[in-house]
Design a protein. Sequence first.
Length: 453
Amino acid sequence: MEITAPAIDTLSRDFGGDLIEPGAAEYEAARRSLFAVGNPAVVLRPAGVRDVQAGVRFAARSGLPLSVRGGGHGFPGFGTNEGGVVLDLRDLADVEVLDDREHRVRIGGGATWGQVASALAPHGLAISSGDTKSVGVGGLTLSGGIGWKVRKYGLALDSLLGADLVVGDGDVVRADARENPELFWALRGGGGNVGVVTAFDFAAHPTTEVFFGTITFPASEAAGVLRGWADHLRAAPDALTSVVTLANPATGGHEAPVEVHVVVDGDDASLAAEVLAPLRRLGTVLGDDVHLTAYADTLQDGAVPPDGLRFDIRSAFVHGEEVPQVLRVLAESATTRGSPFISLRSVSGAVSRVPVESTAYAHRRAELMVMTLAAGPPPVVEAGAPARAALWRRLAPHTDGAYANFLSSATDADVAAVYPPETAERLAAVKRRYDPRNLFDRNQNVRPHEDQP
């Protein structure tokens, strides 16, 4: 279907925000998300909740695809489309501390984590989130939220107290532990499947400066560094969160040093030294820039990739008994020419202490998350596909699941990895109630109907 002029005229009477059509001065920028360029029929930038309702109802009437854009960082390019409607929430970005004593914070559905960190810093507060300033609060939270405080404070969604959202019929619904609790369950891990969140209520926590930085080791010592790193994380206090990166193409590819990135949550120098000492003994230290810094400064600026680049991202979770085999495979791959960029994240600690059935995020018992990334011109990425496929075939017997925020595709197999059968069935039931027509399908989509794989 196409959007007719009378339909646009009707929408413009109901919609108080910016309405951007092809040919408008802002259209070139508005049609883009970070990793994709689309040609939507119209981009809507709501100024308030009523505009979100109008946009959702318009998309439902038109029968056109609907993309909901927060930060626009989704690797599959869900934040734009071809010939459809884009609902860009960038102007719903207020951050308000509602209660200084209980640290309750309300955040607009279009805010970014950089905006949140900056707004909370003067209050001495923070929320466990991701690691990039320009990532949207909505996209990250709804599918998980793994960042620099994950082992101490859990996922971003674990700090969520409630949310206001516009569901498939355009109505505004409140979801929290007491009001529509099953919808609240679905919001915490179900991605954008159940509606457009216009406001999130979080429980922030008091924060100090943190020790943050990177300890690097030679690529030749990758196997020993990985083993020692994983062993230490099992016994280390939750204040330590760590990510290991290997085969970074920007620093040498298969000869790149092993980078152990760390945050020790707290400003106690003696505690940080004690926690980090075993990591500093893992091998030949080439560099060590760990320093005390404001938590807000641990979030990095997100680079805008040039046009024409293709991204291939895969992820999976690793449970304790499989860790040694996975580390062996990754160390071998990372030091072999043609290896993709590899990242290992510790996802235990506070994450694992939340009951699996409490949220639609289903991977509570994992010890690690592994991610591979290839980026470049399409021919280059395609040329490396056989090697990446071979690596994942070796990992497959020792990994399971997938993290929705670290996938560049949204196949049925991807959805099944993100949502195990029991979770998918429960989420589909919520969809049948709040989005029976599957209007919100630009995500790792759990369909409301019985044909869900």
